[in-house]
Design a protein around this ligand. Structure first.
Ligand code: ZN
Length: 64
């Protein structure tokens, strides 16, 4: 059954949920109306996970 990703509005077979708070915060920064329970498609989750990874690396470098 097709579902709609509330982040990119694509119709997808499956929606994914994230558990990592920092990644959720990144999504909310771009989509203030987004609700965590809505989840997102794999493309969006991969995108924000990758962004989150970059943020973590930058944060580590700043702390050094
Ligand atoms: Zn999406």
């Amino acid at each position: 059954m097709a579902q709609q990703c509330s982040l990119c509005n694509d119709e997808v077979d499956e929606l994914y949920l994230l558990v990592k708070q920092t990644t959720l915060d990144l999504i909310r920064a771009d989509h203030p109306e987004w609700i965590e329970a809505d989840g997102g498609c794999k493309k969006c989750m991969d995108y924000y996970n990758a962004l989150d990874g970059e943020v973590e690396v930058l944060t580590l470098r700043t702390n050094l």
